[in-house]
Design a protein around this ligand. Structure first.
Ligand SMILES: *Cc1c(COP(=O)(O)O)cnc(C)c1O
Length: 386
């Protein structure tokens, strides 16, 4: 078996991806491929990934608990810090219980098959994250995709497709567009049609809502009843991991049946120590969130005329994810390269991660950015060809 032909095709279509090697810690000013860059690439929205208090918590956690859990949660790998973190996360998002997973990807591919299987029905937004798409494949249920945010189509699908168990799946903040799912309306539909609603809050947790409690909290909702939340801990929380939060009964069901929580070594307890400290910082970070909101407004105000002049699109988004849609794969790569030549890193996102013809720069803002750095990005884009 050789893949040379397929790889050549990818290259010719402008779709070959390349990992850039970072030679400095995650941050706003980084060394990438040996050169200094101003980065708009990370999901470290609050700038916590290198916070010295969390570095200390990890070091102390490792001294107290070692570096490995040694086993899965059921077979001796569930330590006090794991238990405390689950309780802290549940209380923070207003749920009865939470269950830890090692990554958000693993959480999604564990949660969905646990809630829907053969003979059940899943309804999924077309722009959901790849991990939710894979989760639907694994679940082996009937599945329907509805156009992005289209409640009318979803309602028709709900009315037309009965099933033993049914599940609506959505990103809470869409990862490549930055817009919010209409969570109150989705919950209302879920209630009217006796369906579960799972909200993937990878990009809202820590950023949105009072004290950063997430997208649900922003709408005055909490993960209870038929609403289940998935939150990740490697983005705004700055560390690694993920959790599901909901009523005690559904979380108990996940604990018993979600295969990616059962058949895997528990994350190091020292990470839970770090995350306990991180949740405290997230909760207290209102000033950082206010600064981030100001940066978002500043970027959009500066970029709107530039985008209009170049024929680019800046769709509505009031989150840290700001998509600048350029269109073609090669043009998008060319703009990303032109930025890099000016020492700025904003990654080009191409199909299949985004729809054909909607290649874009995914500009990701962080509370660690300053206003002058946002202005530098706007100026560089104004100068960048074409
Ligand atoms: C990043 C992301 C995930 C995966 O989380 P990891 O912890 O990085 O595995 C899941 N869903 C969405 C919407 C994401 O953006």
């Amino acid at each position: 078996m050789n893949h040379q032909r397929e790889l050549t095709e990818l290259t010719e279509a402008g779709l070959l991806r390349r990992r850039r090697v970072a030679g400095s810690p995650c941050g706003v000013e980084m060394i990438v491929d040996g050169r200094p860059v101003l980065s708009f690439a990370s999901n470290d929205y609050l700038g916590l990934a290198t916070d010295p208090r969390l570095v200390d918590a990890l070091a102390e956690g490792a001294r107290a608990w070692g570096v490995g859990a040694g086993a899965s949660h059921f077979l001796g790998g569930h330590f006090e810090p794991h238990q405390q973190l689950e309780e802290r996360l549940a209380a923070f998002v207003g749920a009865e219980r939470a269950l830890l997973f090692s990554t958000g990807y693993m959480a999604n591919i564990g949660i969905v098959p646990a809630l829907a299987g053969r003979g059940d029905v899943i309804f999924a937004d077309k722009l959901n994250h790849a991990s939710l798409i894979d989760a639907v494949r694994l679940a082996n249920a009937f599945s329907h995709r509805y156009p992005h945010g289209d409640l009318g189509v979803l309602e028709g699908q709900l009315a037309a497709n009965r099933g033993k168990r049914r599940l609506i799946l959505t990103d809470a903040v869409f990862s490549m567009d930055g817009d919010l799912a209409p969570l109150p309306e989705l919950l209302e539909l879920a209630e009217r049609h006796d369906t579960w609603l799972v909200a993937d809050d990878a990009h809202g947790f820590g950023v949105l809502g009072p004290q950063g409690r997430g997208s649900l909290a922003r709408f005055g909702l909490a993960p209870t009843g038929r609403l289940l939340m998935m939150g990740t801990l490697g983005k705004a929380a700055g560390v690694a991991g993920a959790f599901a939060a909901g009523d005690a009964e559904v979380i108990e069901w996940l604990e018993q049946t979600a295969r990616t929580a059962i058949f895997t070594t528990a994350a190091p307890p020292a990470l839970s120590c770090t995350l306990l400290a991180s949740v405290d910082l997230v909760e207290a970070a209102d000033d950082r969130r206010a600064h981030l909101r100001a940066l978002i407004a500043r970027l959009r105000a500066g970029l709107a005329p530039v985008a209009a002049r170049k024929g680019w699109r800046l769709p509505p988004s009031d989150t840290a994810i700001q998509p600048l849609i350029i269109g073609g794969n090669r043009e998008t790569l060319a703009v990303a390269e032109a930025l890099l030549a000016r020492g700025i890193w904003a990654p080009a996102i191409r199909p299949p991660t985004v729809p054909e013809g909607a290649a874009r720069l995914r500009i990701s803002l962080s509370a660690a950015h300053g206003e002058a750095q946002v202005d530098r990005l706007v100026d560089a884009l104004a100068e960048a060809a074409p």
